[in-house]
Ligand binder design. Structure first.
Ligand code: V55
Ligand code: FE
Length: 518
């Protein structure tokens, strides 16, 4: 199976990258650019009713509207010293798909970023699409030009060489940039306050050695380093996994490439102070399926899942791939090293958690997809050992999208959070207690932990996230719960006059990180 080596065309990329948000069409039509493949005027914009037919999210969250809402309505009391921004991102399809690609999946909509800027008890709301290469080309053409999820063979020929990245999965603030991710491509950089796209293909000053970048980078709270990786790093179907760190200013200071057992989805990862933990799920890249016009992955239960562990800062030759009971793990709650032991907590099911990807051997199993908190241990001191230990901790807790107090990435940690049963699970590994926070008549999306003060103790602060009002057709509140006064219910609700754009993940950044003026 040949690797695609003709990655993004850098000349054309810089050309487009250098063009202003508008004017891309002129760039496309300029000398040397291939003729546009489509013909005739762009079709009228008419989305099908079923959001699955255009790569959309849950019905009603496809807004396409870039919004500025100054001074939102606040109910309850917003802490007057809370100063920062809550960011979210999710797919919000820009155009209906060509009917040929009506079977596309929700993960393929163009990334729409929203921000709640909170300061002095006031909240300003702003949303902007990530103006990536894909968005710009489609904007100019007034139509969808990209076919199925992560399948360039289904694209309009006019977009060959452009980044397919949608920037629809997660975002992160580091070295004063808001970086927005899709795991098949490098990040898009935005201004953290204006949400203007400043780079449609951000490569850390040209030093990024991977053609891809995870949606889940981490921070080293001791060194301030940015910790990251990319799978299919060598391009389409590549087994390469690139792992790197960058200093506080975004300069890559360690980068190593290892080979995975096969090309499959590696959605999240962990880094501890001493080790790197990769997890390869059996959601495998499937060339025949793509050649037949399908999506990038198919769930193949006959393949083992692997946990790859290596030393941080080394040359990667020590990477060791462990197997054990197959677990479909998606997100890391926390991870740390104790000597040669590496412990990582993930949310995961026993089988595929994404019903919209084809399964090769059996129908989707809802029960087996249920996410629990799985604690993995590998022991690197036992040289002949190649299995991981995995334990389901807190069997009463089911959910997805696990989080922690981000200031404890890489370190032993006490508090974890998980979305489940329409509410937010709060896990205390110290007391081994669990608590489900729910808000009557609301369904809660993924939460993010916000420290009360930048130097507050672990877990002392707020959980912030969107609640959908069941009685008001899904109208949104931004909900804030004090982690030390959970029984009081939400301490503040920002009442939005509409249903906000959907999200996959959210991220909190304090004023000191977003370039805000005092
Ligand atoms: C995930 C989400 C994605 C994706 C791959 O949540 C994995 C997991 C929103 O896009 O492309
Ligand atoms: Fe994720």
């Amino acid at each position: 199976m040949a690797n695609r080596t003709d990655g993004p065309n850098l000349g054309r990329r810089s050309f487009l990258g250098g063009a202003a948000t508008i004017g891309t069409g002129a760039a496309l039509l300029g000398s040397g650019a291939p003729a546009l493949a489509y013909e005739g005027p762009a079709p009228q914009v008419d989305f099908p009713e079923d959001p699955r037919a255009f790569g959309g999210g849950p019905a009603g969250t496809n807004t396409r509207a870039e919004i500025d809402l100054y001074d939102c309505e606040v109910e309850g009391s917003l802490p007057s010293d809370l100063d920062g921004a809550f960011y979210r991102v999710g797919p919000d399809p820009q155009y209906p798909k060509d009917p040929k690609w009506a079977g596309d999946i929700p993960f393929d909509g163009e990334g729409h970023v929203s921000m709640f800027r909170i300061k002095d008890g006031h909240v300003d709301y702003r949303t902007r699409y990530a103006k990536n290469q894909r968005w710009k080309a489609q904007h100019e053409a007034r139509r969808s030009l990209f076919g199925m999820y992560r399948n360039h063979m289904t694209d309009d020929p006019s977009v060959e060489g452009l980044s397919r990245g949608t920037a629809n999965t997660q975002l992160f603030v580091h070295h004063k940039k808001l970086l927005v991710f899709k795991e098949d491509s490098p990040p898009v950089a935005m201004d953290p306050l204006t949400l203007e796209t400043t780079d449609d293909y951000y490569t850390f000053g040209g030093k990024l050695e991977s053609q891809t970048h995870t949606a889940h980078p981490k921070i080293d709270p001791i060194t301030g380093e940015y910790l990251s990786f990319g799978y299919e790093a060598g391009g389409f179907l590549s087994k390469d996994v690139n792992v790197f760190t960058a200093d506080r200013d975004g300069n890559i200071n360690w980068s190593v490439t290892v080979e995975a057992p096969y090309a499959g989805m590696m959605h999240d990862f962990a880094m501890t102070q001493r080790h790197v933990v990769l997890y390869l799920t059996n959601m495998a890249a499937n060339l025949p399926q793509m050649e037949a016009g399908g999506v990038h992955f198919a769930y193949d239960s006959s393949l083992p899942c692997y946990m790859g562990v290596m030393r941080r800062g080394g040359d990667g030759k020590d990477i060791k791939w462990f197997t054990g009971p197959n677990m479909f793990c998606t997100h890391v709650m926390g991870a740390w090293s104790v000597g040669d032991k590496v412990i990582s907590d993930w949310d995961g099911g026993e089988a595929n958690q994404f019903p919209f990807f084809p399964q090769l051997h059996e129908p989707f199993d809802f029960k087996k997809s249920t996410g629990y908190i799985r604690r993995f241990t590998v022991d690197l001191s036992k040289k002949s050992n190649d299995t991981f230990q995995v334990e389901t901790i807190y069997p009463e807790v089911t959910g997805v999208l696990s989080r922690q107090d981000d200031r404890f990435h890489t370190l032993p940690y006490r508090y974890g959070y998980l979305q489940g049963n329409g509410g937010w699970w709060m896990i205390d590994h110290g007391d081994k207690t669990t608590q489900l926070i729910s808000v009557p008549d609301y369904r809660l999306s993924e939460m993010t932990f916000v420290p009360r003060q930048p130097d507050s103790d672990e877990g002392d602060g707020y959980l912030i996230g969107i609640g959908s009002s069941v009685k008001e057709a899904g109208r949104s509140d931004l909900i804030l719960v004090d982690t030390k006064r959970v029984a009081d219910g939400p301490i503040a609700r920002i009442k939005m006059p509409f249903k906000v754009v959907g999200q996959v993940h959210g991220f909190w950044a304090g004023a000191q990180d977003i370039g805000a003026k005092a």
